[in-house]
Structure formats: structure tokens, C-alpha cells
Design a protein around this ligand. Sequence first.
Ligand SMILES: Cc1cc2nc3c(=O)[nH]c(=O)nc-3n(C[C@H](O)[C@H](O)[C@H](O)COP(=O)(O)O)c2cc1C
Length: 209
Amino acid sequence: MDVSEAIRKRRSIRKFKSDPIPEEKIRLLLESARLAPSGTNTQPWRFIVVGDDVTKKKLQEAAHNQKHIRRAPVIIVCCADLRAFKGFPERVDELIESGALPERTREVFIPYLKKGMNSVTKEGLIIAAAANVSIAVEHIVLQAVEIGLGTCWVRWYEDNKIKEILGIPDHVEVIALLPVGIPDEDPGPRPRLSLDKIVYSDKYGEKYI
Ligand SMILES: Cc1cc2nc3c(=O)[nH]c(=O)nc-3n(C[C@H](O)[C@H](O)[C@H](O)COP(=O)(O)O)c2cc1C
């Protein structure tokens, strides 16, 4: 299956078979997440793989009792470690060593980023973290399609409750719950806005031909 087919076949799956998911398949999903791009290669994503039924029940309750959470054999809880952003000088060094960035990045970029880090609000950090982690989550989602698994992004939950259930520290934000399992439904495509409603030409609001 190529990427284009995975994109077109993917659906949010809310009914799962009870079959367990082999460990190597979960590892493949996590490995796909690990390879995602991130700003300054900060890699702020952290994942908690939940298979225990008691914990799944608690997560379902914290997510307004959405049934598909407990129905899935595995839930990957996708988080962002806000402290990861403090590690950007090391990440930049690694990028320079790997040849991805030129040597002068160290003098030009690091002081600029450090200055930015001193003034960034927690809200700003969360926005950056969410952007980065979301890419990794979608890598999991599309990889899952290729190996016959279904997923559903879940963001409707009480954040503080999820953190308490899973012992997530303050500097880590929950970005999504991702139930994973073999689909027990085969829904058709859900509605989407047409391109003329979402794409502009040259300037916001200018019709795209
Ligand atoms: C950021 C995000 C949050 C979502 N939160 C939920 C959720 O809490 N519960 C749920 O059942 N679906 C959730 N969804 C799934 C959407 O409802 C779904 O993507 C949309 O209806 C389009 O359907 P499709 O994914 O099958 O194409 C979420 C999707 C995204 C991307």
C-alpha cells in the first residue's frame, strides 16, 4: 500500500474486534512515530501504551465515556514533554554533526532560539508541542492503515483526569488518546469541504482556480 492509498482508506474507527494486537505491530506503529519530523528535531513526543482493562475503563470514563476507548485492545496515549524544548542546543549539535545543518547554525540559530525560549509562554510551548506531536500521531494512524489496524484520534477528554490516571507529570501535556485495534466496521468516507472552500490564491480570501 502506498501513502496515497493509506490516506484515502483511513477512517476514524470506533468499533474494534477483541483480538489482541501482536507486540511487533505496536512497535512498528511507535517506530513510525519516532521517525516523524519536529522543529529543531526536539522530538517532544512521549507515548504510553495502555492494554490493561482497568486502566482503559478509567480512561474511557475520563473521556466522557466514549465507548470506543475501552473497545480497543490497546490505547496509545500520545503526550508532549514540554521540557524537550530545553534540549534544543543538543539537538542542533546532532543535526550539525549529521550534516543536516551547516556549522554556522550554532552561532546564529542557538542564541536566537535561546532568546525565544526565555520569552515563550506555556501556551506558546503547548502550541508548538501539539504541532510536533500531532505529526507523530498521524504517522501512527497512517502506518496502522497499512497493517490492517484502525485508530481514532480522541481529544475530548478531561485532561487532568487522564494525567492523574497515568501519573503524567506537570511538564507533560496529553495531546491525544489513540485507540488501536482491528476494525469491526468499514465506514465510508466522511464529508470534507471542497478545495474551493479551503484554498486561496496568493492572498487569504482570493479565489483559487
Ligand atoms: C484532533 C482530533 C480530535 C478528535 N477527537 C475525537 C474524539 O474525542 N472522539 C471521537 O470519537 N472522534 C474524534 N476525532 C475524530 C473525528 O471525529 C474524525 O476525524 C472526523 O469526524 C472525520 O472522520 P474520519 O476521521 O473518519 O475521516 C478527532 C479527530 C481529530 C483529528
